[in-house]
Write a protein that binds this ligand. Sequence first.
Ligand code: BGC
Length: 409
Amino acid sequence: MSHAYHPLFQTWSPLLLSAAVAVLTLNTAQAQSSSEAATSTNAHGAVQKSLFGHLPDGRAVDVYRLTNANGIELQVTNYGGIILSLKTPNMAGEFDDIALGFDSLEAYLSDEYRQANPYFGAIIGRYGNRIANGQFSLNGEQYTLASNDGNNHLHGGQQGFDKVLWQAEPFENDEGTGLVLRYTSEDGEEGYPGRLETEVTYTLTDKDELVVDYRAVTDKATPVNLTQHSYFNLKGEGNDSILDHQLMLNAPEFTPVNDTLIPTGELRSVDGTPFDFTQATPIGERIEQDNEQLAFGGGYDHNFVLARGNAAADELVVAAKVWEPQSGRMVEITTTEPAIQFYSGNFLNGDLTGKQGQTYGHRSGFALETQHYPDSPNQEAFPSTILAPGDTYRSRTIYRFSAQQDFAP
Ligand code: BGC
């Protein structure tokens, strides 16, 4: 399989590993119990931990507030690894929260939210995106997963990685401040084979990057396709639609879908279609065009195949850039993954109320999810998502935040 690796993990000798564990232990000691707020700072920024709430079974859930040297602030909870908020400056240096979400655990646990299921800010696993009819066969065995999106399986099932409690360890290193999240998915969980040990690391660097590193190992062959499901509105969350944002996707092809959003297997050129974002284009410019693929998605909800050229599987390539003219905010996404799902928030309908009391209306946030292609376990021609025992799944995506006058190429 062609999963990319993170250079950091490549260099982990047992000695380094125990040193890393020692550092993490130190930081946990600093962070103390979940009911107390604890802060640790270094030259780069700070990590502050406090109680977010309790799950129905009584387990405590925490929130970690990471800041960098330039004042960018990221709040993450260990419930679902959810990014709760991300405050970045506009061109005038004013900070706004650009991530859709809520400020209470109850809001994420509510029936209303779980029914709408937008997966705001969460880690998605074991399989980001859809698997047709919740079925696949592997090594001669047929597996049945939950069908939680019509007949299809979406984003890991009823209780995917977005709805589990992760173990969290804050850290600080030369690059910035961060949080390691660990979760073990037991053999058979949500119908998947193998016990999967998963680790996701968020690092907020002083270069104004959010680096997300994924790593997993299994004891039986299993599909793995992890991603991050943040929705951004670069004007600030709750501030109208994202149709005026300009998007560039480094993707000459996409995978057209059927009416249940399962890829047909074709790789189609974006040339001459509303899916051509190879030059920066406002998201809304062609979204209402009479186009079968747009109709299936209710807008953009498609997997774009990145132009990786001869890049090695562990090499980062530019996947997307989004720029918002009013604030000048820009996010640039680079990844080791072969594809990116661009979802224009078509299922948001104003039913959910965000952090400032604003409702999240139709297309008020976009998600750009780096990943392998949807339904790969059933599509032999797609790059494999099967992780074998003895191999390590590694993937890295970097979001870099800035503010500028123009959409610079
Ligand atoms: C999918 C959408 C889905 C959304 C929220 C996206 O990743 O592509 O179809 O509605 O997640 O579940």
